[in-house]
Design a binder for this molecule. Structure first.
Ligand code: ADP
Ligand code: ZN
Length: 733
């Protein structure tokens, strides 16, 4: 059927009201209406839908649109009915939500030839009654939307998608158009092969989105960073993605407490709440939506000004798709992702126990994400290369690495040292363990293996544990080292690694990242001037870290026990000059402020005076939920009287879990509680010692999450929490 360009243009105007086609749209449509298969790769916002909607309206027969987004089908159908008023039969959808009566209506319109577009979910397509019905009608073409769902290597694999070809064969042949907004070369070839359209013409637009800015931030204090960022961008719309529903709820609440209009969105909310929250975002009654990845598919809000990833995503494809929702109108779009290696470990943990093939794929995708996050190269270039596109400019001018290049050094000696260490030992160990050995930081585990007597113990003591962890990650990313996820991340050497050690060559690595523990005696950090980087006063921050490092040596305590990084960062922002001020910093209670605060306050006061700094006192992140003071008092008194925690919990109608949380809050605020009477009755002495030692000797912070990760599954969370409380009361607070 020949449809000329003039007709296409007039239909474009008639149905959609547009004067001209965007990008490759016209070429794609011409190709399709001439009866040939097409494969369309277009970034989000490129105008993919029109590539099948317009042909469907002008061609004979019904177009079958296969889409995984059941929730959006109705919207799409409504939109088309809107273009062609007075003819509701023109578009329908077929999915499990339809009633019998609705199904009959669809059937009638299909058989009478009234319907030009039929949206179907792949699982509905596989039902015999549906395929039988479709055999009776004339099909103009098949459109496979979100085609990356076909590939296991895509970020949203759906097994039903792999059956599309056989169903099409059963229904009857017609041209196929497959469309996606993200596909690596591997996913592309999977799609073509699986749909049996290897000869399809590929229409690939550039995926580069010049108006988007990419940045990866160290996840040392993401909540505070996010609040600060949003306050610096008042009134702008943004999406924040978290991996878990719990985090979504928590963060949305925290933002509200801090005066930011935000709502949650995730699959656990009922449909009505979800729809309401989404509408409020679209209508700009709220500025920020905090969501799991369930949000945003098909959302067309043109002026989303930032997309923040609170957690690093599982794949770069997912990441790119999600960042793509920023700046669709071509205006500003800031994409900030928080990265910590701990998150990678968490994601790896989720993979354990999955089928091996799936694990392999997941591991590979995660490794690529990690490589991206840790890279010092242009983010845009990395992304474009990942999607099989050349990007030749040296400096894109709109990513963190181009704007603030990281310091690099030739790391061949360091990498060889790690490989040598691993090869010298009969067993494999985890990253932190290897880093501890090289940095010469002994602990119980190292002693038990007598590794503190190894020749290489302390061979890299010029650098911190954190430095060595970073180098090991970079070794993994470069495939010198590999990590076995099934066995909890033990590190081995690859063939490439062995070859490298035999014939080393220059490799440019980055040193410690911005918020590393300040214990190394590297040449002095370049003075960056006040208010650089994370928004705090970097010069002051370095001075505070130095002070902490000195104190830590003097008191024989790990730095975090004195003050954690978040506390120091807060100090570098709020310039506390009294114990009262100091208590507003994160993780600093009364006890800690009095015990360790004196020298910090003097240092800051002097600094403030000398530099004539005007102290801001407006920026305090308000935290959520403090236990009611009645509970608090009862708990403190109950513990004083040595009541069992079970009794205290029962008396206040709390779950044990909730009681512990309250106790933790009390302790964090600086009150000392002695729960030894309870611990000695409920936890084995050896276990108490082991956990206690862990916090004293090994832990890099007081984080419970980290403790659970580091200690492994042999320890019960309840026990770890109890001992942590004991430790905080006796040593840290
Ligand atoms: P995608 O599915 O590729 O993310 P959409 O099909 O949702 O993109 O289109 C993105 C936006 O571009 C929509 O607002 C759509 O109305 C608009 N659009 C599509 N084609 C054209 C065109 N030819 N001219 C102007 N706007 C267009
Ligand atoms: Zn760049």
């Amino acid at each position: 059927m020949a449809i000329d360009s003039k007709t296409l243009h007039s239909k474009l105007k008639e149905f959609f009201g547009f004067d001209s086609f965007k990008g490759d749209q016209e070429k794609i449509i011409e190709h399709l209406v001439s009866g040939k298969d097409a494969f369309v790769l277009m970034p989000t916002g490129g105008g993919k839908s029109l590539c099948y909607q317009l042909p469907a309206l002008v061609m004979d027969g019904t177009a079958i649109v296969i889409s995984p987004l059941i929730a959006l089908m109705k919207n799409q159908v409504d939109a088309i009915r809107g273009f062609v008023s007075g003819n509701d039969g023109i578009a329908h959808f077929l999915n499990s939500s339809l009633s019998k009566a609705q199904l009959n209506e669809v059937r009638e319109d299909l058989l009478s030839g009234a319907t030009k577009l039929l949206y179907v979910a792949p699982e509905s397509l596989t039902k015999a009654e549906n395929t039988d019905m479709l055999k009776e009608i004339r099909i103009s073409f098949y459109a496979v939307d979100e085609a990356h769902c076909i590939s296991e290597w895509g970020h949203d694999f759906r097994p039903e998608y792999r059956r599309i070809r056989s169903i099409i064969d059963a229904i009857g042949p017609a041209p196929i158009i497959a469309l996606t907004a993200t596909a690596t070369p591997k996913v592309q070839s999977d799609i073509l092969k699986n749909l049996g359209i290897q000869d399809a013409k590929v229409f690939k637009s550039s995926f580069n989105r010049p108006n988007l800015y990419y940045e990866i931030r160290d996840k040392s204090d993401p909540k505070r960073d996010i609040i600060r960022f949003i306050r610096q961008n008042p009134g702008k719309s943004g999406i924040i993605y978290c991996l878990s529903r719990k985090k979504v709820e928590e963060l949305a609440e925290l933002l509200n407490i801090n005066g930011i209009k935000a709502l949650p969105y995730h699959a656990g909310l009922d449909a009505r709440t979800r729809a309401e929250n989404q509408d409020k975002f679209l209508m700009e009654e709220i500025d920020v939506i905090v969501a799991t990845i369930a949000f945003g598919m098909g959302i067309d809000k043109p002026d989303v000004r930032f997309v923040i990833h609170y957690d690093i995503p599982k794949s770069l494809e997912g990441y790119y798709q999600e960042t793509g929702r920023a700046g669709r109108d071509g205006g500003e779009g800031k994409c900030i992702a928080f990265y910590s290696y701990k998150d990678i470990l968490k994601l790896e943990k989720f993979m354990q126990g999955k089928p091996v093939a799936e694990q392999e794929i997941g591991k590979q995708l995660l490794l690529e994400t990690m490589a991206y996050a840790e890279s010092n190269q242009c983010r845009r270039k990395l992304l474009m290369n990942y999607f099989g596109e050349d990007y030749t400019r040296d400096n894109c001018g709109a990513c963190d690495n181009c704007l603030n290049p990281k310091k690099q050094f030739d790391g061949q000696e360091e990498m060889c040292l790690i490989i040598e260490l691993i090869e010298s030992m009969p067993e494999h160990f985890k990253t932190e363990h290897l880093a501890n050995i090289l940095a010469g930081e002994s602990n119980a585990l190292i002693k038990s293996y007598e590794q503190d007597k190894l020749e290489l113990f302390g061979a890299g003591r010029d650098h911190s544990v954190r430095f060595w962890c970073d180098i090991i990650h970079q070794g993994i990313v470069r495939h010198f080292l590999e990590k076995d996820i099934e066995s909890y991340g033990l590190i081995g050497v690859t063939d490439t690694g062995r070859e490298f050690r035999e014939h080393p060559y220059t490799i440019m690595l980055t040193g410690e990242r911005q918020f590393a523990e300040g214990e190394d005696d590297d040449e002095d950090m370049p003075v960056q001037g006040v208010k650089a980087g994370g928004g705090g006063d970097q010069v002051l921050l370095e001075m505070l870290k130095k002070l902490r490092s000195d104190l830590s040596k003097k008191l024989h305590l790990q730095p975090w026990i004195i003050f954690g990084d978040p506390a120091l960062e807060d100090m570098s922002i709020t310039y506390p000059v009294s114990i009262e001020d100091l208590k507003n910093c994160q993780g600093v209670g009364e006890g800690k402020a009095r015990k360790y605060g004196g020298e910090f306050i003097s240092l800051i006061s002097k600094y403030v005076e000398e530099n004539e700094i005007e102290r801001p006192d407006d920026f305090v992140v308000k935290s959520m939920g403090n236990p009611s003071s009645a509970n608090k008092l009862y708990i403190i008194q109950g513990i004083d009287r040595k009541l069992s925690l079970e009794d205290i919990a029962a008396a206040k109608g709390l779950e044990m879990d909730e009681l512990l949380t309250e106790i933790e809050t009390i302790v964090a605020a600086g009150t000392k509680l002695d729960i030894n009477y309870y611990i000695s009755q409920t936890v084995d002495d050896d276990i108490v010692d082991e956990i206690y030692d862990y916090f004293k000797e090994e832990a890099a912070s007081d984080s419970l999450q980290d403790a659970m990760n580091d200690l492994g599954q042999d320890y019960d969370e309840f026990e770890v929490r109890l001992v942590r409380i004991k430790f905080l009361c006796e040593v840290a607070n």
